[in-house]
Design a binder for this molecule. Sequence first.
Ligand SMILES: C[S@@+](CC[C@H](N)C(=O)[O-])C[C@H]1O[C@@H](n2cnc3c(N)ncnc32)[C@H](O)[C@@H]1O
Length: 203
Amino acid sequence: MVEGTDWAARYRSGDTPWDLGGPHPELLVRLQDERLVPPRPGAAALVPGAGAGHDALALARRGWAVTAVDLVEALAPRVGPDLEREGGRFVVGDALEFEAEDAFDLVWDHTFFCAIPPERREAWGRRVAALLAPGGVYAALVFPVGKPASEGGPPFGMEETHVREVLGPLFRVDECGPVSRSVPRRSWREHWLGATRIASEAH
Ligand SMILES: C[S@@+](CC[C@H](N)C(=O)[O-])C[C@H]1O[C@@H](n2cnc3c(N)ncnc32)[C@H](O)[C@@H]1O
């Protein structure tokens, strides 16, 4: 289990400033212009730390077979039924310990990486490598870019280099840079990182 932040309490009290009330605009535009569409029918996407499920639902509506994972049990009845109607599922649990029989084609990380304590990032990198099929993509909304580590978290500061480090040599970074559609109310910069799982062995 993750210690430090009581995520369930944050949702109970409605203290969820990360919740955009809809999908991230950059994700939406990439689903619409087909940069992030399923490579084949039934292609599977994992959404760790899915929260209220806006992104998960948008991915499912675009044809991804979505598995959304979040620690907070109370989100299951809020998110699960809508997702199931679109062919997806919501799993309550720790994404860093999540295992699945079949490999995923996409991991979509929107303010998940920056929510996990930095000392657990390496474990997340190993999990991603194990969960993604060769050729699968790790797409991350990198945020909050430029936030000093001394300010603590969550969200903990996050730069592309941090993601590159934890993904390691099993991934090729294809894209990395500022998003074209950022969230105006966010006070730190947002970047997009896309990396492809290149090797077949898990580490
Ligand atoms: C900052 S919020 C982002 C939520 C969602 N991705 C969004 O953009 O609205 C981080 C989410 O990750 C969840 N979370 C934190 N640590 C987790 C873990 N180890 N496994 C699964 N979910 C986790 C929290 O409950 C919370 O919903």
